[in-house]
Every structure is written in C-alpha cells, then in structure tokens.
Design a protein around this ligand. Sequence first.
Ligand SMILES: Cc1cc2nc3c(=O)[nH]c(=O)nc-3n(C[C@H](O)[C@H](O)[C@H](O)COP(=O)(O)OP(=O)(O)OC[C@H]3O[C@@H](n4cnc5c(N)ncnc54)[C@H](O)[C@@H]3O)c2cc1C
Ligand code: FES
Length: 280
Amino acid sequence: MNKILEKRVLTPEVVLMKIYAPRIAKKAEPGQFIIVMPTEKSERIPLTIADYEREAGSVTIIFQTVGATTMLLGEMNEGDEVYAFAGPLGKPSLAEGIKKVAVIGGGLGCAIAYPQAKKLHAMGAEVDMIAGFRTKDIVILEDEMRAASSRLFVMTDDGSNGNKGFVTNKLEELLAAGEKYDEVIAIGPLMMMKFVCKLTEKYGIKTTVSMNPIMIDGTGMCGGCRLTVGGETKFACVDGPDFDGHLVDFDEVIRRAGMYKKEEQGAREAHCNLFKQKGE
Ligand SMILES: Cc1cc2nc3c(=O)[nH]c(=O)nc-3n(C[C@H](O)[C@H](O)[C@H](O)COP(=O)(O)OP(=O)(O)OC[C@H]3O[C@@H](n4cnc5c(N)ncnc54)[C@H](O)[C@@H]3O)c2cc1C
Ligand code: FES
C-alpha cells in the first residue's frame, strides 16, 4: 500500500506529501501525474508528480485543499495509507535541446513548474524562473525554485514582498530588455497561461503550457479531459498535459472548467458538515 512517509503543511491551504510508491518513483519524469483516491469511497483526482526519489521509492505531491477530495487527503497523516495511487500518467515534458528557458509558475502552478525547472537546470540549461503569488504569505517552494534556476523572480500581485506585478509584467520586462529564450514554459491558472501565450506570440517564442482539465480515468477512455489544440481534439491525460500554448483554445477550456461548480460546492459542503459532526 502507499504509505504517507512525510507530510508538510506549506501554507494553511497547501500540503506536501511524500508517498511510498517505488514502482512509480522508478519511472516518473517531470510533467507526469498520478491519480489518487485517498479512501476506497473517494473520487479519483489527478495530481502532478512534484518530485521523486528513485532509491527511496518515494513520490512527492503538492496539493491545494480546494474541495472534498483534496480536503480529505489533507486530513491524512504520516503513517496513513492512501487507498489508490496510480501512475506515472501523461507524457513527460520535453527538455532536449533547450539551452535558455523562462519557466513561469503561477501560485500552485509553481509545484508543477518546479520539477521541470529542476530537470532543465540539471541538464545545464540557463533557467530564469518567474513565480507569481497573490501575496507573500502564500509563497511556496522559494528555496527549491532558487536552487533549480539561474535567476528566480518572485512576484506578488499586492507587492507585499517588494516585487509588485504579475508574472507577465516580469516576462515582458525581460523580453523588452533583450533576453532571448529558446522556450517559455508557463504553468498556472488558465488566465495566466493565456496571457503569457499572448505575450510570447508577439515575440515569436515557443511556449509550452501544462493543461489541467477535469480528468476521470486518466487513460484516454472517458473523454472528460478533451480540449482543442490547433483545431484538433486532444485528450490532456494521454496527449499532454503539456501542449503548445499558441495552439490551445483557452476560451473553450475556461468555459468547460466551470461546468461542475454546483456539484463541487455540494461535495465540499457535505465534507465540511461531516467533519463538524465528528466534532473535529
Ligand atoms: C494533470 C493534472 C495535474 C494536477 N496537478 C495538481 C497538483 O499538483 N496540485 C493540485 O493542488 N492540483 C492539481 N490538479 C488539480 C486537482 O486535480 C484538483 O484540485 C482536484 O481534483 C480537486 O478535487 P476536489 O474534490 O478537492 O475539489 P472539487 O471541489 O471537486 O474541485 C475543485 C476544482 O478542482 C478541479 N477539479 C475537480 N475535479 C477534478 C478532476 N477530477 N480532474 C481535474 N481537475 C479537477 C476543478 O477545477 C474544480 O473546479 C491537477 C489537475 C490535473 C488535470
Ligand atoms: S481523463 Fe478520461 S480521457 Fe482523459
């Protein structure tokens, strides 16, 4: 079974867990994800492989407690076992040939961008990492991102860390100053990725985004994660999650992302009520 080896609460809403999963750790690559079910009755949810240690047989996940299933997982502790932990799923990110790259993470997207920056940095690429957060209290993985990049720029929407602005402001500043990147990798909220792509399109820089639509089976069978890329239907779970950002139909993805809001709200309320009844 998949025991929780380590649990760290990074911010009140973001939890890091190292899970014992030797077969996944052996094959995992940056860009891939797992599907987890905290208990036998839980929903299946996809989470990115934030890190792995092949020898220790551990896989790290970092998740935000946004709804019923992530809340339930976040309530589990070291020594507990998660019911199902399947993967690695999806295609690994392509890193070959990249000499200079800007890796951009928005909020929790930094947990997904970090392993990509780490791999590129380890391969000898020059990595400028731009990380954006609403405010300084919710900055995560700052030391890890610094170690995985040549330069790290942490931006906050409210300027509380002294660097006010969006990730797009910093990227535009770097590009206007003449920085030349082989590629930009952008991972975070849909709006952030959409606007990074609009900017890099102007400069003609290849841009890769990591898409996270609703996934159910994670194996290309259900069609839940479909999106349009370059006019063709793709499944994020098997054709991605990484795609050429200039070809993604972001408006369609944004429309589809809101489809289950009512059901998600109901499940979250039911979970919180159950927790209150238990007196916890
Ligand atoms: C490839 C991929 C990688 C991801 N990696 C991470 C990660 O590393 N860390 C992290 O915190 N989150 C990640 N997510 C999002 C994560 O799966 C959702 O936050 C989680 O499913 C929410 O479930 P819930 O029951 O707690 O909340 P809910 O209330 O059910 O949903 C909250 C929001 O989460 C999203 N969501 C819900 N169910 C799913 C689903 N089955 N598939 C995809 N998204 C869903 C929707 O946007 C929804 O509005 C990833 C999603 C994908 C597709
Ligand atoms: S999650 Fe079912 S096809 Fe991708």
